[in-house]
Write a protein that binds this ligand. Structure first.
Ligand code: ATP
Length: 447
């Protein structure tokens, strides 16, 4: 058998649409640039991605959760540096009207030429702020301007004292949040890799100055371990250190975890040593003390922050790319038979088990429907009675369902069903009464 991996994003875009993972936003109106909707399976899977991350963070005894508002006081963005610094340099071509980024367009960097028409009749680069602006309240004046947050992290900083005081956590401790962020990206694209509306999963870990470098190393290891635990092929991941020119204005050190997407190695997650930049800035702009008092040593200090930041949509895409495989065999006529499998870790798979009655005869479907309800008490499940059993197995393989449960005529005698495993295609006979536990144990001991 030959295994083919994913070669291009187009294959995934088409599977996603056909099977209900991801649809283009407002498709019936021609779509809206770089916005995507998660469909019946995609919305389930996205919740699983978030739950995996959320549990990895907040089930630790030193990290609490937070769900902060998207709209924040406008001074937050002044203090954070986003109003002055969160921008890309843009150039307009006066001939073909193309607008492009000055800092990553080769024809401009090398020859000061338009990447579209080659003209040299270009504007000077102008900084274009990536934050979306809107107005709060009924009057559109400058006093009512608010921004859609471009990152969730500032919610953690402005709530540092609230979270610490209410949990009584001692340093080192962290705050984790999942939420929407918005950036008016100049070059969005590659499906859900870079979009203008996206969800972030960010954790800020507050540490004593001087211990930050050690914690930075610890969080690099912990985040690497996360991808390993959820079944990523580790050869598709690597660390990329930021050189001095890549470092953000707030960062003392930064590493990306890059993933080998079909378009090449690209950032999946960032791990940053943000120093005490953010808390110091917010203290300055708000006039509030954002310090930590260490009771035993009577020391007062502004903590340093180690941040782990990853896009939920980007992690979703990485999970899909990594899981996709085509198993190719030759049939008796010498034709290729291709089994498409999304080999997800079961915690990520949108559907854990599919219930498939062997025939549409009521004596089987009535048992199968009851079985569906029994499994649905513990898992996301799906019921499918149309087409041959072989076709139905393939349908489930393509969406990554780890277990297919077949109800056959023997079930009526032995009160047992056949469980077929996605990856090995091995089959087990399992009593109906034990089925939930069988699936539970199988998922928990997944390798
Ligand atoms: P990139 O250079 O890839 O746009 P970034 O370095 O600006 O990303 P950060 O500001 O560090 O990204 O954001 C943290 C994480 O949020 C990124 O690692 C990525 O997973 C995700 N992310 C950032 N921008 C987007 C976007 N426009 N669409 C989807 N995910 C994003």
């Amino acid at each position: 058998m030959q295994i083919r991996k994913l070669n291009d994003l187009a294959t995934l875009v088409s599977l996603s649409k056909r099977r209900g993972f991801v649809f283009q936003s407002s498709e019936i109106y021609g779509g809206l640039g770089s916005c995507w909707d998660y469909g019946p399976l995609g919305s389930l899977m996205k919740l699983n991605v978030k739950r995996a991350w959320w549990n990895a963070m907040t089930r630790r005894s030193d990290i609490c959760g937070l769900d902060a508002a998207i709209l924040m006081h406008p001074t937050v963005w002044k203090a954070s540096g986003h109003i002055d610094g969160f921008s890309d340099p843009l150039v307009d071509c006066k001939d073909c009207k193309t607008r492009f980024r000055a800092d990553n367009t080769d024809s401009y960097i090398n020859e000061k030429k338009c990447p579209n028409c080659g003209s040299k009749n270009l504007s000077e680069p102008r900084n274009f702020n990536l934050m979306f602006k809107t107005h709060m309240g009924p009057v559109e004046d400058t006093g009512s301007v608010v921004y859609l947050r471009p990152e969730t992290a500032q919610g953690h900083f402005v709530n540092f004292v609230n979270c610490q005081a209410s949990t009584r956590y001692k340093i080192p401790f962290g705050i984790a949040a999942i939420g929407k962020s918005f950036r008016n990206e100049i070059t969005p694209g590659n499906f859900i890799f870079r979009t203008r509306e996206f969800e972030q999963m960010e954790m800020q870990y507050f540490v004593k100055p001087g211990t930050d470098e050690q914690w930075f190393e610890t969080w690099k290891e912990l985040r690497w371990g996360f991808y390993k635990k959820f079944g990523f092929k580790m050869e598709n991941l690597r660390f990329h250190p930021h050189g001095p020119t890549e470092l953000a204005h707030y960062a003392k050190a930064a590493f990306d975890i890059q993933y080998l997407f079909p378009m090449g190695w690209s950032e999946l997650e960032g791990i940053h040593n943000r120093s005490n930049f953010d808390l110091t800035q917010h203290s300055k702009f708000s006039g509030k003390q954002l310090e930590y008092f260490d009771e035993p040593s009577k020391e007062k200090y502004v903590p340093f922050v180690i941040e782990t930041a990853v896009g939920c949509d980007r992690m979703f895409l990485a999970f899909m790319c990594d899981a996709y495989r085509e198993e190719v065999t030759m049939d008796d006529k010498g034709q290729e038979d291709v089994r498409v499998v999304l080999g997800f870790h079961p915690a990520i798979a949108p559907i854990k088990a599919a219930v498939l009655p062997l025939s549409k005869k009521p004596e089987l479907t009535s048992v199968a429907e009851k079985l569906r309800d029994q499994l649905a008490e513990d898992f996301d499940v799906l019921y499918d009675e149309s087409a041959s059993i072989g076709k139905r197995y393939r349908r489930q393989d393509e969406i990554g369902t780890p277990y297919c449960v077949t109800v056959d005529f023997e079930t009526l005698n032995d009160q047992a069903v056949t469980v077929r495993h996605r990856d090995t295609m091995k089959q087990d006979r399992v009593p109906i009464a034990d089925l939930n536990q069988y699936v539970q144990v199988g998922m928990a001991s997944w390798k």
